[in-house]
Design a protein around this ligand. Structure first.
Ligand SMILES: Cc1cc2nc3c(=O)[nH]c(=O)nc-3n(C[C@H](O)[C@H](O)[C@H](O)COP(=O)(O)OP(=O)(O)OC[C@H]3O[C@@H](n4cnc5c(N)ncnc54)[C@H](O)[C@@H]3O)c2cc1C
Length: 471
């Protein structure tokens, strides 16, 4: 089905002639996702400029029984921002709705439109001497609306929490087009159910987020960053415990990286400078940050102690901000290096931190005995218990995809066995829909279905994501 002339004119009357795109030749940035797994086939891409226009489009969709998929930067790793049923759904791009609404450095809050890219919010916060701490590799493209809709995590959760911990208020267009104004800047409000928390992490299935109020933090005056070498994940946990004892709340990031993905960065992205380190099978990228400048290096002291206790065998401490960025660049280049290798299968599992070494050992044995040809790419936010346990195959990328279901079955069964979650931060989308049904209780699913039916009884908001369509 293509967009009829009549419907096109009606949509153009709401958003303007140039913001209804129904020519597939112009779809690229909206329809092709980062994973190359999901290619949307929308009825049209519609680009509203403000909340009022979003509300009118939703009313139009409700009237004409047309489903819509809200989309921010289209950086989802789970197919959450892609259409499900070809030629029937509208892709509603929020990218035009960007910019500052209000900043209050005394209240330590900032209000922005939902389509504002994360990196631009960092700049806005920095302009008033504050920090907005949510940060990850796709921050140049990911929008704050998308981050809220996915409850994104990232590299500083250990210190500042997930998106949910950073959101104070929301404005949301509901499935009938009404605008819910929850744009509060309050730290405390005990007046019944917290409605904003329902929208956070709902992946566009309960409402369309049009504006957000966020917490700001004091800007660190100093940061220290290092990569340390450890022999095992058990040693990485010893280092984490030591760092938490020594550095306390200054510990901002603690990332575990196995040697394979680092080797792939060296091999596939030769322009990325990887520091010379010993060949231990695991590395830890850790960062301390301080609001008040200190006279001595807390990180140097910590790593010396770790060296004395034989927890680490080698380490590189960044000597400048440029070097700090270079160390982070190695970590952030891993998804691209894995993609370049071929057949990359991505996951974002969450586990009790203390059980991660045992989980990794057991799961790796199971995977290797079932799929001896596969390459592993294990890295992630160890300090939050969030591991990206990924798989690549340079010999035959297609073979990896052919066995994706079997690989995920082993991985997620293990996650379940270790009392973990199949999604720490990327959400369910299309990718993990059936696995979520497999591991959530019937009561969980029933309650989620009832919530969906209150907010979106006609199932026009991102149908088939998080919950099955028409059930
Ligand atoms: C290289 C790379 C690294 C990444 N690293 C991380 C990481 O460390 N941590 C992490 O958590 N994620 C990470 N991600 C995943 C992704 O960037 C996040 O999920 C991000 O929050 C998505 O933002 P977006 O604007 O691109 O949303 P999209 O991809 O456009 O949409 C994601 C979901 O949100 C919904 N949505 C988007 N905008 C709105 C809105 N305004 N109202 C309602 N629903 C909306 C969509 O319908 C969809 O369900 C990474 C992705 C890439 C490509």
């Amino acid at each position: 089905m293509s967009l009829s002339k009549e419907w096109k004119l009606e949509l153009q009357a709401i958003v303007g002639e140039h913001h209804v795109i129904d020519d597939p030749a112009l779809y690229g940035p909206y329809t092709d996702d980062f994973t190359d797994h999901y290619v949307s086939k929308p009825l049209a891409v519609v680009r509203p400029a403000n909340t009022e226009e979003v509300s009118r489009i939703v009313r139009w969709c409700a009237l004409n029984h047309v489903a819509l998929v809200p989309q921010g930067g289209n950086t989802s790793l789970t197919g959450a921002a892609s259409t499900l049923r070809p030629d029937t759904e509208i892709l509603l791009s929020l990218r035009r709705m960007k910019g500052l609404i209000h900043v209050d450095p005394i209240n330590n809050t900032i209000a922005v439109h939902a389509g504002t890219p994360l990196a631009e919010i960092h700049d806005m916060a920095s302009d008033c001497g504050r920090l907005f701490p949510l940060s990850f590799a796709a921050e140049g493209n990911a929008t704050i609306g998308g981050c809220v809709a996915c409850n994104a995590g990232g590299v500083a959760v250990l210190r500042y929490g997930t998106t949910r911990d950073l959101v104070l208020g929301l404005e949301v267009v509901l499935a009938d087009g009404r605008i819910w104004d929850g744009m509060q800047s309050l730290r405390k409000d005990n007046t019944g159910y917290d409605l904003k928390d329902l929208f956070i992490g709902s992946e566009g299935t309960l409402g369309i987020i049009t504006a957000v109020v966020l917490k700001l933090m004091p800007q660190p005056q100093e940061k220290e960053t290092a990569i340390a070498c450890v022999a095992t994940p058990e040693d990485a946990l010893k280092l984490l415990s030591l760092a938490q004892g020594q550095a306390s709340s200054a510990l901002t990031a603690f990332e575990l990286i196995s040697d394979q993905p680092i080797s792939r960065v060296r091999k596939n992205l030769p322009d990325v400078p990887v520091p010379p380190l010993d060949d231990s099978p695991w590395k830890v990228l850790l960062e301390l940050s301080y609001e008040i400048k200190s006279t001595e290096s807390g990180l140097e002291k910590l790593l010396e102690l770790a060296f004395e206790k034989e927890i680490i065998s080698d380490a590189v401490i960044a000597q400048s901000q440029v070097q700090q960025k270079q160390l982070w660049h190695v970590r952030e280049s891993i998804p691209l290096a894995d993609r370049a290798e071929g057949g990359s299968i991505h996951s974002d599992v969450s586990l009790p931190i203390s059980r991660i070494p045992e989980f990794l050992k057991e799961t790796s044995q199971l995977i290797r005995s079932a799929y001896p040809w596969i390459g592993e790419s294990i890295y992630g936010h160890l300090g939050d218990g969030n591991i990206h346990y990924n798989f690549v195959s340079s010999t035959d990328p297609q073979l990896t995809y052919q066995h994706e279901e079997g690989i995920r079955e082993i991985l997620y069964s293990q996650v379940n066995r270790f009392a973990g979650s199949i999604s720490a931060e990327h959400g369910i989308g299309q990718l993990k829909l059936e696995h979520n049904y497999q591991f959530k209780s019937d009561l969980d699913i029933e309650l989620m279905r009832r919530i969906k039916s209150v907010f979106d009884p006609e199932q026009i908001l991102n149908p088939g994501k998080v919950l099955r369509f028409n059930q």
